[in-house]
Design a protein around this ligand. Structure first.
Ligand code: TMP
Length: 235
Protein backbone atom coordinates (compact mmCIF):
# COMPACT_ATOMS: atom_id res chain seq x y z
CA UNK A 1 0.00 0.00 0.00
CA UNK A 2 1.37 3.40 -0.97
CA UNK A 3 1.30 6.39 1.43
CA UNK A 4 -0.35 9.47 -0.10
CA UNK A 5 -1.33 12.94 1.17
CA UNK A 6 -1.89 13.86 4.82
CA UNK A 7 -5.62 13.95 5.54
CA UNK A 8 -5.63 15.11 9.14
CA UNK A 9 -3.37 16.03 12.03
CA UNK A 10 -4.57 15.53 15.59
CA UNK A 11 -2.86 16.18 18.92
CA UNK A 12 -1.09 12.80 19.02
CA UNK A 13 -1.41 11.33 15.51
CA UNK A 14 -1.44 12.14 11.82
CA UNK A 15 -3.58 10.35 9.25
CA UNK A 16 -2.50 9.77 5.63
CA UNK A 17 -4.44 8.58 2.61
CA UNK A 18 -3.29 5.48 0.73
CA UNK A 19 -3.79 4.40 -2.86
CA UNK A 20 -6.77 2.32 -1.65
CA UNK A 21 -9.78 4.38 -0.46
CA UNK A 22 -10.69 1.66 2.07
CA UNK A 23 -7.53 2.19 4.11
CA UNK A 24 -5.56 5.00 5.77
CA UNK A 25 -2.22 5.13 7.56
CA UNK A 26 -1.97 6.51 11.12
CA UNK A 27 1.35 7.92 12.27
CA UNK A 28 1.96 8.34 16.01
CA UNK A 29 3.75 11.49 17.25
CA UNK A 30 5.77 12.09 20.43
CA UNK A 31 3.69 15.24 21.10
CA UNK A 32 1.76 15.18 24.35
CA UNK A 33 -1.05 17.48 25.42
CA UNK A 34 -3.34 17.59 28.41
CA UNK A 35 -6.36 19.61 29.52
CA UNK A 36 -7.52 19.96 25.90
CA UNK A 37 -4.18 21.22 24.65
CA UNK A 38 -3.56 23.78 27.44
CA UNK A 39 -0.49 21.81 28.57
CA UNK A 40 1.94 20.87 25.81
CA UNK A 41 5.07 18.78 25.78
CA UNK A 42 6.98 15.92 24.24
CA UNK A 43 7.35 12.40 25.56
CA UNK A 44 10.41 10.94 23.79
CA UNK A 45 9.58 7.62 22.16
CA UNK A 46 5.86 7.84 22.99
CA UNK A 47 4.77 7.51 19.36
CA UNK A 48 6.62 4.23 18.94
CA UNK A 49 5.31 2.84 22.23
CA UNK A 50 1.68 3.86 21.63
CA UNK A 51 1.76 2.46 18.09
CA UNK A 52 3.13 -0.91 19.17
CA UNK A 53 1.01 -1.16 22.34
CA UNK A 54 -2.21 -0.21 20.53
CA UNK A 55 -1.59 -2.73 17.77
CA UNK A 56 -0.77 -5.51 20.20
CA UNK A 57 -3.94 -4.89 22.19
CA UNK A 58 -6.16 -4.47 19.12
CA UNK A 59 -4.86 -7.76 17.65
CA UNK A 60 -5.55 -9.43 21.01
CA UNK A 61 -9.09 -8.01 21.07
CA UNK A 62 -9.74 -9.11 17.45
CA UNK A 63 -8.85 -12.67 18.51
CA UNK A 64 -11.49 -12.38 21.23
CA UNK A 65 -14.11 -11.37 18.64
CA UNK A 66 -14.03 -7.56 19.00
CA UNK A 67 -14.10 -5.82 15.59
CA UNK A 68 -11.35 -3.17 15.27
CA UNK A 69 -9.94 -0.89 12.58
CA UNK A 70 -6.48 -2.52 12.86
CA UNK A 71 -5.03 -4.02 9.67
CA UNK A 72 -1.23 -4.12 9.82
CA UNK A 73 1.72 -2.47 11.58
CA UNK A 74 3.90 -0.88 8.88
CA UNK A 75 6.83 0.34 10.98
CA UNK A 76 7.67 1.66 14.47
CA UNK A 77 5.29 4.61 14.22
CA UNK A 78 2.89 3.81 11.39
CA UNK A 79 -0.04 1.45 11.04
CA UNK A 80 -2.46 0.62 8.28
CA UNK A 81 -6.06 0.81 9.47
CA UNK A 82 -9.51 0.63 7.92
CA UNK A 83 -10.82 4.05 6.94
CA UNK A 84 -13.74 4.80 9.23
CA UNK A 85 -15.98 7.70 10.08
CA UNK A 86 -15.24 8.36 13.75
CA UNK A 87 -18.38 8.43 15.91
CA UNK A 88 -17.93 11.76 17.77
CA UNK A 89 -18.26 10.18 21.21
CA UNK A 90 -15.46 9.54 23.67
CA UNK A 91 -16.45 6.48 25.67
CA UNK A 92 -14.94 6.27 29.15
CA UNK A 93 -15.09 3.06 31.18
CA UNK A 94 -14.00 3.10 34.82
CA UNK A 95 -13.20 0.29 37.26
CA UNK A 96 -11.60 2.39 40.04
CA UNK A 97 -12.23 6.04 40.98
CA UNK A 98 -9.65 8.50 39.60
CA UNK A 99 -9.31 11.70 37.60
CA UNK A 100 -12.52 13.48 36.70
CA UNK A 101 -14.67 10.87 38.48
CA UNK A 102 -12.93 11.69 41.76
CA UNK A 103 -12.96 15.47 41.25
CA UNK A 104 -16.50 15.67 39.80
CA UNK A 105 -18.11 13.63 42.58
CA UNK A 106 -15.80 14.70 45.41
CA UNK A 107 -14.40 11.28 46.30
CA UNK A 108 -10.85 10.02 46.73
CA UNK A 109 -9.01 8.10 44.02
CA UNK A 110 -8.68 4.33 44.39
CA UNK A 111 -12.24 3.25 45.26
CA UNK A 112 -12.74 -0.12 43.51
CA UNK A 113 -16.22 -0.25 41.94
CA UNK A 114 -18.42 -3.35 42.21
CA UNK A 115 -19.41 -2.79 38.59
CA UNK A 116 -17.71 -0.74 35.88
CA UNK A 117 -19.19 2.63 34.92
CA UNK A 118 -19.54 4.07 31.43
CA UNK A 119 -19.88 7.68 30.32
CA UNK A 120 -19.81 9.59 27.06
CA UNK A 121 -18.28 12.89 26.03
CA UNK A 122 -19.07 14.77 22.85
CA UNK A 123 -15.77 14.67 20.90
CA UNK A 124 -15.48 18.39 20.16
CA UNK A 125 -12.31 20.29 21.10
CA UNK A 126 -13.99 23.69 20.61
CA UNK A 127 -16.47 22.78 23.38
CA UNK A 128 -13.88 21.00 25.56
CA UNK A 129 -15.44 17.53 25.03
CA UNK A 130 -18.55 18.07 27.18
CA UNK A 131 -19.99 15.13 29.09
CA UNK A 132 -23.36 13.98 27.73
CA UNK A 133 -25.84 11.13 28.14
CA UNK A 134 -27.41 8.85 25.52
CA UNK A 135 -30.46 11.09 25.08
CA UNK A 136 -28.21 14.06 24.32
CA UNK A 137 -26.19 11.96 21.86
CA UNK A 138 -29.41 10.92 20.10
CA UNK A 139 -30.77 14.49 20.07
CA UNK A 140 -27.53 15.69 18.53
CA UNK A 141 -27.63 12.76 16.06
CA UNK A 142 -24.08 11.77 17.00
CA UNK A 143 -25.09 8.10 16.68
CA UNK A 144 -28.25 6.00 16.36
CA UNK A 145 -29.87 4.01 19.20
CA UNK A 146 -28.55 0.78 17.63
CA UNK A 147 -25.01 2.19 17.33
CA UNK A 148 -25.00 3.38 20.95
CA UNK A 149 -26.16 -0.07 22.12
CA UNK A 150 -23.38 -1.76 20.12
CA UNK A 151 -20.79 0.73 21.43
CA UNK A 152 -21.84 0.11 25.04
CA UNK A 153 -21.81 -3.69 24.69
CA UNK A 154 -18.41 -3.65 22.96
CA UNK A 155 -16.95 -1.25 25.54
CA UNK A 156 -17.90 -3.48 28.50
CA UNK A 157 -16.62 -6.57 26.64
CA UNK A 158 -13.34 -4.76 25.90
CA UNK A 159 -13.10 -3.83 29.58
CA UNK A 160 -13.38 -7.48 30.67
CA UNK A 161 -10.71 -8.59 28.16
CA UNK A 162 -8.32 -5.75 29.03
CA UNK A 163 -8.82 -6.11 32.79
CA UNK A 164 -7.90 -9.81 32.62
CA UNK A 165 -4.95 -9.12 30.30
CA UNK A 166 -3.49 -6.39 32.55
CA UNK A 167 -4.08 -8.34 35.77
CA UNK A 168 -1.72 -11.01 34.41
CA UNK A 169 1.07 -8.41 34.07
CA UNK A 170 0.44 -6.91 37.51
CA UNK A 171 -1.40 -3.81 36.35
CA UNK A 172 -4.77 -2.55 37.56
CA UNK A 173 -6.78 -1.08 34.69
CA UNK A 174 -8.25 1.96 36.46
CA UNK A 175 -10.09 3.58 33.53
CA UNK A 176 -9.75 4.22 29.81
CA UNK A 177 -11.19 6.09 26.84
CA UNK A 178 -12.31 4.42 23.62
CA UNK A 179 -13.39 5.75 20.25
CA UNK A 180 -15.39 3.85 17.65
CA UNK A 181 -15.70 4.28 13.91
CA UNK A 182 -18.14 3.27 11.20
CA UNK A 183 -16.73 1.45 8.15
CA UNK A 184 -17.99 2.01 4.60
CA UNK A 185 -20.42 -0.91 5.08
CA UNK A 186 -21.77 0.54 8.33
CA UNK A 187 -20.00 -1.77 10.77
CA UNK A 188 -19.08 -0.24 14.17
CA UNK A 189 -15.43 -1.05 14.97
CA UNK A 190 -13.01 -0.05 17.71
CA UNK A 191 -10.74 2.75 16.41
CA UNK A 192 -8.19 5.30 17.71
CA UNK A 193 -5.73 3.91 20.28
CA UNK A 194 -5.39 2.00 23.55
CA UNK A 195 -2.22 3.22 25.21
CA UNK A 196 -0.78 4.90 28.32
CA UNK A 197 -2.16 8.15 26.78
CA UNK A 198 -5.74 6.88 26.93
CA UNK A 199 -5.77 4.53 29.94
CA UNK A 200 -4.89 4.78 33.62
CA UNK A 201 -2.57 1.95 34.63
CA UNK A 202 -1.58 1.40 38.27
CA UNK A 203 0.95 -1.21 39.36
CA UNK A 204 -1.12 -3.83 41.20
CA UNK A 205 1.24 -4.00 44.16
CA UNK A 206 2.86 -0.57 44.54
CA UNK A 207 -0.05 1.38 42.93
CA UNK A 208 2.59 3.40 41.08
CA UNK A 209 1.09 5.32 38.14
CA UNK A 210 2.31 3.97 34.77
CA UNK A 211 0.44 6.29 32.39
CA UNK A 212 -0.07 9.84 31.15
CA UNK A 213 -1.04 11.09 34.62
CA UNK A 214 2.75 11.33 35.20
CA UNK A 215 2.78 14.01 32.46
CA UNK A 216 -0.55 15.65 33.41
CA UNK A 217 0.49 15.97 37.06
CA UNK A 218 4.23 16.62 36.58
CA UNK A 219 5.20 13.50 38.50
CA UNK A 220 8.41 12.86 36.52
CA UNK A 221 9.49 9.50 35.14
CA UNK A 222 7.08 9.80 32.21
CA UNK A 223 9.25 8.04 29.59
CA UNK A 224 10.16 5.27 32.07
CA UNK A 225 6.49 4.62 32.82
CA UNK A 226 5.63 4.32 29.11
CA UNK A 227 8.61 1.97 28.53
CA UNK A 228 7.65 -0.13 31.54
CA UNK A 229 4.10 -0.53 30.19
CA UNK A 230 5.39 -1.55 26.76
CA UNK A 231 7.67 -4.12 28.38
CA UNK A 232 4.84 -5.58 30.44
CA UNK A 233 2.42 -5.69 27.50
CA UNK A 234 4.70 -6.95 24.73
CA UNK A 235 6.78 -9.14 27.05
P1 TMP B 1 -10.83 11.52 33.12
O1 TMP B 1 -10.78 10.96 34.53
O2 TMP B 1 -9.97 12.73 32.93
O3 TMP B 1 -12.23 11.70 32.64
O4 TMP B 1 -10.17 10.40 32.16
C1 TMP B 1 -10.68 9.10 32.10
C2 TMP B 1 -9.81 8.27 31.17
O5 TMP B 1 -9.89 8.73 29.84
C3 TMP B 1 -8.33 8.29 31.52
O6 TMP B 1 -7.81 6.98 31.38
C4 TMP B 1 -7.69 9.20 30.51
C5 TMP B 1 -8.62 9.09 29.32
N1 TMP B 1 -8.76 10.35 28.59
C6 TMP B 1 -8.35 10.43 27.27
O7 TMP B 1 -7.87 9.46 26.70
N2 TMP B 1 -8.52 11.62 26.61
C7 TMP B 1 -9.06 12.71 27.19
O8 TMP B 1 -9.17 13.75 26.54
C8 TMP B 1 -9.47 12.61 28.57
C9 TMP B 1 -10.08 13.80 29.27
C10 TMP B 1 -9.31 11.42 29.22
Amino acid sequence: MEKREQLYEGKAKKVYATDDPRYVIVSYKDDATAFNGLKKGTIAGKGVINNRVTNYLMAMLEKKGIPTHFVQELNDRETLVKKVQIVPLEVIVRNISAGHFASRYGVEEGIVFENPTIEFSYKCDALDDPLLNEYHALALKLATREEIDIIKALSFQINEELKAFFKAVNVDLVDFKLEFGKTADGEIVLADEISPDTCRFWDSITHEKLDKDRFRRDLGGVEDAYSEMMKRILG
